[in-house]
Design a protein. Structure first.
Length: 69
C-alpha cells in the first residue's frame, strides 16, 4: 500500500540522448512541475506530468530526426 503524501505539487524530468552517428549525439531534456489538484491523488498528478513530459520529448526527438540533425 502506498504511503500517503502531503505534497501539493509534483516535479518530473525526462532526458533522452540520441545517437546522431559519426560520434555525435544530441541530448534532449524536458521537465515540468504540476500542482496536485484538490482531491487528486499524488500518483494521478505524477502520471499527468510524466505523460505530458514524455510526449514533449518524443515530439522533439521526431522533429530533430525529421530535420536530419
Amino acid at each position: 500500500m502506498a504511503k500517503p503524501r502531503k505534497a501539493k505539487e509534483v516535479w518530473v524530468s525526462v532526458g533522452l540522448t540520441l545517437n546522431l552517428g559519426n560520434y555525435e549525439s544530441a541530448r534532449l531534456d524536458a521537465g515540468m512541475t504540476v500542482p496536485i489538484e484538490e482531491g487528486e491523488e499524488y500518483e494521478d498528478g505524477f502520471k499527468k506530468a510524466w505523460d505530458a513530459t514524455l510526449a514533449e520529448i518524443e515530439t522533439q526527438a521526431k522533429d530533430l530526426k525529421a530535420k536530419g540533425v
